[in-house]
Design a protein around this ligand. Sequence first.
Ligand code: FNR
Length: 191
Amino acid sequence: MQIVALSGSSRTQSFNTALLRAAASLAAAPARIEVRTIAGIPLYDGDVEQAQGLPEAVVALKDEIAASAGLVIATPEYNNSLPGPLKNAIDWCSRPMSDQARVFGGKPVALCGAAPGRGATALAHVAWLPVFRVLGLRYWPHGQLMVPAAHEAFGDDGGLRDEKLRERVRAFADGFAAFCAESAAVPSADR
Ligand code: FNR
């Protein structure tokens, strides 16, 4: 069972990407978490879309999400809301509207996030909810995973320092995988 995990940062040392890598390494089989980032996704431009269609990186991401059992988003928080670059990636993936149901319709989605501050991306999480609703994603509300003081949580190798946090990440990955498996068993009309 493949789950796509999208990090909302293109930074090499991104805490959000590190969090997803930790989840991918801790998830129990048969779930397989594939980590992707927003690196290489250009700024949305309606003229480009009309003249050339979607950029290759967007087509590839859309197809991976469409083929996945679920989507995990690791969101940074920018100015107490969701980060523009990640919203831009999701906006591209929502194009054209006629393809939204294939990519997002009824798809399980979970949120996590890491930040150096104490707020730990809580406000970004709230800001994502109307976006999920309009795209028809199926939000998993039980496992919000937020990592404050992220600069202390990860070691130089990007691994998690604390065993308790590692257990929380494992529970998040396994809990969401179970939600994805349940969702796959429910006929889409009943979701
Ligand atoms: C931030 N950061 C931030 N952090 C936070 O907890 N609340 C916030 O409102 C903001 N605002 C904000 C705005 C902008 C423009 C930037 C660039 C950053 C800090 C942010 O959490 C930090 O840069 C993280 O390290 C970003 O995530 P990655 O790149 O490590 O995954």
